[in-house]
Design a protein around this ligand. Structure first.
Ligand code: UFG
Length: 323
């Protein structure tokens, strides 16, 4: 397939591109390099530097004709989205509309969209399945949910088939060490732990130890980024083969607390990783764990690398090069 991967120089995007290239597909990366980086590009792929707010450029690029589009270009800081919702409206929602309209005009009919567990909000029950109530607790999650709604309309009106992949907590790095770029100014737990381990940061703040969980810290479903990448390939093949659209929750189905993550990181890195308890972070649900039964059954997806030691070790292998 000839594919356009928008946001393909980012953390998840670069793993997705690697997976498509490994499986013999032809990939063009479109990225504005605001959070993505050149080190994450591969020589086998094409690269176009551009922004999803640039409609004429999108039209020009898509006129080349593609069998499918993977859309991962978005701002993703939960906290920032609450302070600067306008930025998230423009980049995430307007940007996606530009992409969709250009795709529609140029005859692209298959889209895999990077959605998020942030669309669900506080769980009504666990594990969270695809039908769970959608009540995003932050504006970032709202933008992802809005885009899912828009995709449903374009499916109905323009016959654009899509798969919305709701990632839970993406962590880890390519087990073969082929992704070189680290995330810039990360706000997520594992990259922050890794920056403490390499000495770039002094200590980790643990946001709250008074949640109703086994050790009081938040529980999340950490899933390996290479497993997520495989899901993009399977989803793209699935929507082509069955000419259909669908949504999938992607997690490891295992809940791990913040303290358990820190312990595992100490073990694997051999570094002390100083940590202190800090107040809760607003909008953090106590416990988020997915069921990925639908992805297993429908896409024949399987999380291969999402056990805790592999998650931590593959992250550490990427970070320790920067010691
Ligand atoms: N945490 C800390 N200290 C930190 C950073 C995080 O204690 O410095 C805690 C958080 O409170 C949370 C857990 O670690 O309990 C995981 O936090 P992340 O920021 O890594 O991830 P989130 O669960 O908040 O959110 C992530 C992505 C979102 C995505 C969401 C889906 O950032 O984009 O998963 O669940 F939508």
């Amino acid at each position: 397939m000839k594919l356009l991967v928008v946001g393909g120089a980012g953390y998840i995007g670069s793993h997705v591109v690697r997976c498509f290239l490994d499986n013999g597909h032809n990939v063009t990366v479109f990225d504005n390099l605001s959070t993505g980086c050149r080190e994450n590009l591969f020589k086998e792929g094409e690269f176009i530097q551009g922004d999803i707010l640039d409609i004429p450029l999108l039209q020009e690029v898509m006129a080349g004709g593609f069998d499918g589009l993977v859309h991962l270009a978005a701002l993703k800081s939960v906290e920032e989205s609450m302070s600067f919702p306008e930025k998230y409206s423009v980049n995430n929602i307007t940007g996606t509309l530009n992409l969709l309209n250009a795709a529609s005009e140029s005859g692209i009919r298959h889209i895999v969209f990077s959605s998020s567990a942030a669309i669900f909000g506080n769980p009504q029950y666990l594990p969270i399945d695809e039908d769970h109530l959608k009540n995003p607790p932050n504006y970032y999650g709202f933008t992802k949910l809005e885009i899912e709604h828009i995709l449903q309309w374009y499916d109905r009106l323009k016959k654009i088939r899509f798969a919305a992949l709701r990632y839970f907590n993406a962590v880890g790095y390519d087990p073969e060490g082929r992704i070189a770029g680290l995330e810039k100014n990360p706000a997520n737990l594992v990259p922050i732990i890794m920056e403490v381990a390499t000495g770039k940061r002094k200590k980790l703040q643990i946001f709250g130890d008074d949640y109703d969980t086994r050790d009081g810290t938040c529980i999340r479903d950490y899933v390996h980024v290479s497993d997520l990448a495989t899901a993009h390939l399977l989803a793209m093949e699935y929507i082509h083969k069955f000419n259909t659209s669908d949504c999938f929750n992607l997690g490891s189905e295992k809940g791990t607390s913040v303290l358990e993550m820190v312990e595992s990181a100490r073990e694997i890195t051999g570094k002390p990783i100083p940590a202190e308890i800090a107040p809760r972070r607003p909008g953090d649900p106590g416990n988020l764990v997915a069921t990925s039964a639908k992805a297993y059954k429908t896409l024949k997806w399987k999380a291969q690398y999402s056990d805790l030691p592999t998650l931590m070790e593959s992250s550490w292998n990427a970070y320790k090069k920067h010691l």
